[in-house]
Ligand binder design. Structure first.
Ligand SMILES: Nc1ncnc2c1ncn2[C@@H]1O[C@H](COP(=O)(O)OP(=O)(O)O)[C@@H](O)[C@H]1O
Ligand SMILES: [Mg+2]
Length: 249
């Protein structure tokens, strides 16, 4: 496990090059930091109609929660070190079948950053599957009826990146914990998993059966980049600044 938190471990000294993200070559300039979007072969070449269609299909199949991308991500407003953000946006870790675990308080950008990376993965011709524990549980629960669980797990693991968002917000039912474990086990060293959580992974045994948590976390964290976010909720800050709604007239 590599810790790349703002307050637990050092950030990588240099961001790996290559792959990159869709809006390649563009730099998002901020007051203090610059997030460099590296050009990629996929992004540099003019998109062929069939490639665009494939990406569109994959975007729909991924079931993204909000459609937020790195385009609306403000580097300087994140507690994740810029070098870490840069290294993750290369998407090289997905090529290496490594995992990403983002944990920290609510409203600190865990889901937005992860969804931005996942959109970038689609633009780089990768497949993504996005779940919460609840949607994962319901997807696998259906397969218990007709005995197609193994097939469904294998289908989910065709994605290069499998995201399980917001682990720990709600108590985890036994079936959801089992679904969580099955995907982690099936994807282990074969696919990348990204997990976001408001609790530290070492505390997952407080929200799911200990045996499942221990075995799952062991596999998840073995090849994982661990990023911790911190600070106040961006949602609360926006609400308090009166930017949460369009003013009533
Ligand atoms: N660095 C950032 N740049 C742009 N928007 C951000 C940033 N961090 C958080 N936000 C916004 O704040 C809100 C909460 O972020 P979210 O990713 O849902 O938090 P979390 O998953 O940690 O609870 C969202 O509207 C998100 O777009
Ligand atoms: Mg979230």
């Amino acid at each position: 496990m590599q810790e790349v938190s703002g307050w637990v471990g050092p950030a990588p000294s240099s961001a790996p090059s290559s792959r990159g993200v869709p809006d390649a070559g563009r730099q998002v300039k901020t007051e203090e930091r610059v997030l460099t979007r590296r050009p990629t072969p996929a992004a540099q070449a003019p998109a062929r109609a069939e490639d665009s269609a494939t990406r569109r299909t994959r975007r729909v199949a991924a079931h993204f929660p909000t459609g937020k991308t790195l385009g609306s991500w403000r580097v300087e407003d994140s507690s994740i070190p810029t070098a870490t953000q840069n290294a993750l946006t290369t998407l090289e870790w997905i090529g290496r079948k490594e995992n990403l675990v983002v944990s920290g308080p609510s409203g600190t950008g865990k889901s937005h950053f992860t969804e931005g990376l996942a959109h970038a993965a689609i633009e780089n011709d990768l497949r993504v599957a996005w779940f919460t524990l609840e949607t994962l549980e319901s997807t696998l629960a259906r397969t218990k009826i007709d005995g197609s669980m193994a097939k469904t797990v294998a289908r989910i693991c065709r994605a290069d990146l499998i995201v399980i968002d917001d682990v720990g917000l709600l108590p985890v039912a036994a079936d959801a914990a089992e679904a969580f474990y099955r995907i982690i086990d099936a994807a282990y060293e074969r696919r990348s998993i990204a997990v976001t959580s408001n609790i530290h992974p070492s505390g997952f045994d407080t929200i799911m059966p200990k045996t499942i948590a221990t075995a799952g976390i062991d596999r998840l964290m073995h090849h994982a980049h661990f990023v911790q976010t911190q600070g106040d909720s961006h949602r609360l800050a926006e609400a308090l600044a009166g930017r949460g709604v369009v003013p009533l007239t």
